[in-house]
Design a protein around this ligand. Structure first.
Ligand code: 5GP
Ligand code: ZN
Length: 114
């Protein structure tokens, strides 16, 4: 998958609209189009990285995780808690092949996930 045709790269470039909630020089956060909880935000690197399996830049990953925590705070999830998820590969349930971190909150999460 080239970054040219990658859905999330297209969102980063502004070619596909998204409901942005936060951005930094390295990452952006926007609402999931098919939310699985009252708050469901995706945090992605601006740079194309296909999945966590391909990730090599620890600073970039740190920036993603910290932005996820900032989004959770700004979405009012701090008191109740929230869940972060990174799906990787087929068994992980990854459907978009640009690394993304889900931030889910606003309801009690169950365990184990499906
Ligand atoms: P995955 O299953 O790869 O972990 O998560 C991909 C997520 O991207 C899904 O939760 C899906 O709803 C979301 N998604 C797919 N296409 C779009 C889109 O065009 N816009 C937004 N905002 N989210 C999308
Ligand atoms: Zn991409």
């Amino acid at each position: 998958m080239s970054s040219e045709s990658c859905l999330f790269c297209r969102i980063v470039r502004g070619e596909i609209p998204a409901r942005l909630v936060a951005e930094t020089d390295r990452a952006i956060a926007f609402r999931d189009i098919n939310p699985q909880a009252p708050v469901h935000v995706l945090v992605i690197p601006r740079r194309h990285v296909a999945s966590l399996a391909e990730a090599t830049d620890g600073e970039e990953l740190g920036a993603l995780v910290l932005l996820a925590a900032r989004v959770a705070r700004e979405e009012g999830l701090e008191a109740g808690g929230w869940r972060t998820v990174i799906n990787t590969g087929a068994d992980g349930g990854q459907t978009v092949h640009h690394l993304h971190l889900h931030v889910l909150g606003g309801r009690a999460m169950r365990w184990p996930p499906g």
